[in-house]
Design a protein around this ligand. Sequence first.
Ligand SMILES: Cc1ncc(C[n+]2csc(CCOP(=O)(O)OP(=O)(O)O)c2C)c(N)n1
Ligand SMILES: [Mg+2]
Length: 756
Amino acid sequence: MARLAHVGNAGPVTTPQNLDERFRNAVSALPLPEGRRAPGDAVRDGTTLTGARALELFDAQLASRHLDLAARWLRSFNEGFYTIGSSGHEGNAAVAAALLPTDPALLHYRSAAFFSARAKSLPDAARDVLRGVVASAHEPIAGGRHKVFGSADLNIVPTTSTVGSHLPRAVGLAFALARPGADGRWPRDAIAVASFGDASANHAAATAALNSAGWFEHTGVPLPLLLICEDNGLGISVPTPDGWLAAMLRSRPGLRYSAADGCDLTATYDAAIEAVGYVRRERRPAVLHLSTVRLMGHAGADAEVAYRTADEINRDLERDPLIATARLLVEAGLLGPEEVIGRYDEVGWQVRKVAEEVLGEPKLANVAEVVAPLAPRRPLRAAHKITEVATRALGPGAAARSRAFGGKLPEQTGPLTLAQTINATLTDALAYEPGALVFGEDVGRKGGVYGVTKHLQERFGDERVFDTLLDETTILGLALGAGLDGLLPVPEIQYLAYLHNAEDQLRGEAATMSFFSSGAYRNPMVVRVAGLAYQQAFGGHFHNDNSVAVLRDIPGLVLAVPSRPSDAAPMLRSCLASAASDGSVCVFLEPIALYHTRDLYQQGDNEWLAPYSGPGAWTTEHVPIGRARTYPLGNAQDLTIITYGNGLRMSLRVAAQLAEQGYGSRVVDLRWLNPLPVNDLVREAGATGRVLIVDETRRSGGVGEGVLAALVDGGFVGAARRIASADSLIPLGPAAQHVLVGEDAITQGARALLAR
Ligand SMILES: Cc1ncc(C[n+]2csc(CCOP(=O)(O)OP(=O)(O)O)c2C)c(N)n1
Ligand SMILES: [Mg+2]
């Protein structure tokens, strides 16, 4: 038996050479069988796995092992950049075999055998995986941006490295697959499959997925989802307590639990066939718990002897799934020991050949190449989409539209508030986008905490407008999966403060999908978020969160802040069109304090209201993403106020007073905080040479910082001042005004600038 090598004085670690030698020695020592099974027969009594299939899966397992060895070889001379391997998890080849190739899979990072089993050929699989390892620009899913198992051809959706974060999406995908009338990317009988590690199963995102899957099952919603827990007993160095995973997974209501020895190919295959059959037949979720081992440590640089005993390491080595499958095949008389080793060497040679081929391939060469798939936008197409929808609404869709509004078209009902305008725009979206779905906490029967989604459920039914369970991670996960399958999700986050506990679903998942799949997969969505401060009746920080920093630096994310009804409708239509035509991830941040505002200058002036435009005006009033709106007051020559949201209303009021006093200003409503309307704001700033930034978010990390930076970058040379809210959380009651930007501060800032 091969001995464990010593590295410095750190103790024994399992090297690729150890593993290789152990395999050869163990296989050479296998006893020859008495009989011989035909390839078409069961490879062993009591299993449905045939010998022929076992031979194919063995090849996938061998490829997986050799891919690990090749990754470490490439690393040894700095040509490989990823060494987290699949050794010990090769049983997952049998899971691939139990599925249909059209079942979308979101895989754990130890899934090279699954990937190889689903691939068209072993050299193809090896090429895809090793291109990832060497960060080749030719890698077919992430194009060198990430090492991940993914392939649009193989229906393998790439995942991020954030453990468990793909599971809420998997729930959403299963939800979408099972929707009646869904005509998405995958066949109607497809099931979603997602694998993850044992330590990852404890993650908040994973527990959200386990909970919501059970919740849907409990409420009778079809959810064809198979979860695979690949339990090697360790999360890097931390052991999973004995029995914890089985106890935890078994106890999940609504989830059917089964378990198998993941190192035993037939046991894994039989259990997977059974679990897949259940999920496909019943359209209900199940979890398959596979016991695996982890060979060669967590990753290439991991000296696991620092936290494991040699005995523990050896016990895992004894369960090497490759040796187990070799034993199975030799016992069945399908291969002799030398043939096994011959096959092992043949696959090893093929993989090494591919490694040598790909290491010279070009890498991503410049910023433009890196960012190309981040969030490609075609504004003309989005504009065209709006025209197309309007044409339909005016023509063949007119009757349906009238029905949706109960015969009372919003353009005929007089001026509307912001909340009413968003409600009407959502109604139009649901009428013209068959894939549009509106969901979130309290959006259905109640119609939203602020009435923004009122009557939508009555108008379109609870298949399209529905209340979810109270979990923002699940809400965004549903959107992620639904978008992937071709729907147009419009989830609602009830308050901005409550986005934060789920924001990885937006930041880590939604915003990265196009980037890590070179645009092969998209998750279009328009996330409506009620937020910002200044609510009179409902105070305190959590209902008045005034920070958007966490959204502004997400590359590619669209962040819209409509402040008044006349902008809200066209901006929402632009977000919906961009999501539908370009797969954009949009956040539509609605200022709560302006939802029901009617007046601008004086009580009763109704100047904040606006008539709703019918489809005939949708094309002309289109607002492209990233374009600001300027309001000239007086001669518009003395001062430029750059603002957005609640700041717009306050600034317009101050500017009106200044105009009465003979000072002309132009008030710029940014409307879009990501991407900032840089050209517009630089131009408007230059027009007066004096800029007052009115920013209701915090001074530190707030929007104003970005505006100032844009002015500097744009070569603005005039005077600039910034009014921003204090670096504080928002207190309850009237004390809120101490920290928030108010009209007095704006007036003072303006006067100081005008005095220059
Ligand atoms: C959210 C998150 N936290 C931490 C990490 C760092 N990390 C990467 S793998 C890992 C352990 C995962 O263990 P397990 O789920 O059992 O999978 P295994 O590697 O054992 O297959 C950790 C902590 C991460 N990737 N994501
Ligand atoms: Mg583990």
